[in-house]
Design a binder for this molecule. Sequence first.
Ligand code: IMP
Ligand code: MG
Length: 345
Amino acid sequence: MEKTSMEKITNVDVCFGCAWGDEGKGKIVAQLAKSGKYNFVCRWAGGNNAGHTVYVNGNKYKTHLIPSGVFYGIPSIIGKGCVVNKEAFFSEIAYLKENGFDTSLVKISPKTHVVHTKHIEDDKKNYGGQGSTKRGIAPCYRDKYARVGSQVKDFMEEFREFIWDGKLFGNVLCEGAQGMWLDINFGNYPYVTSSTTLPYGACSLGFPPQLISKIYGACKIYDTRVGTDTDFPETLLENKDLLQLAKNGGEYGVSTGRMRKTNWLNLDKLVKSVQISGTTDLIVSKIDILRNFGIFKLYFQDTQMEFKSIDEMCLFMKLKLEETCGDFLRNIYFSGDPETVVGLK
Ligand code: IMP
Ligand code: MG
């Protein structure tokens, strides 16, 4: 990585979640990384509260912290906007090694903040009401912003082989964690995470916004929420259609194993999410799940609508998204395959 550090960044693409996390970002990032055109895959926010599922050569892998580039031989950077728990980091490194991946590709900024045991204990004790993942995320960011936190560079010896303070170059892919409505500024505060989950946050990796060309927005054909949120009342778990849909869709958290509260897609929120993020390519996943389920509903202009078929519902979504976001939204992919997005470029 060092030799060519004088080279410029030629292009940046960003993949982020348009909803509440769990939108299938892992599958999109993996497919893009596989194309071989990126020099780096970077995470800009969050910690091991995220959970990414990636399929490599037919095997399923799960990571929480380390960007998916490592699965495809690409340098994978944990940026300074992230937070890192030492135990979680080194156990993920061990897991990757055991599975034959080259962990020398994993790099972390000296400015990344460190999640300590006291943060995790504080999270368990005081943030349960917000349904946090109990990974110490909020207390760690609290200390960061109060300017009393500690950074990776304070643990030089331990992180030595992974620390990287170099400049990005070439073609960069940024991998989001969580999603639009968990963003600290845009979400339903305090039912949010403590970082910037939108593409604007990716610039903290060290590039100007003009270099971003594609913004891949990930969502599902229905909405899910893990954790407490007044926009997702517990009564959703009593709706037998929605409960069945959650079961069919395997809607259990990768990080926590909790069942996700499920609701019909809120198209008004999706439009806002696409508009605010500047999504150029929208990937709507789990089409297969809803098609087989056979009930096709969404909320539009605060009203529930029902369609006769999945095709009719997707067409309606496409028309409304084109009407409202057509200036910059170039492609909409409807994906019904857990491993690939057909035709994604
Ligand atoms: P924290 O990020 O652990 O503080 O949790 C704050 C909120 O964000 C909780 O409601 C979590 O359930 C939610 N959350 C955090 N990370 C993820 C994720 O990767 N997917 C979905 N929800 C998440
Ligand atoms: Mg996830």
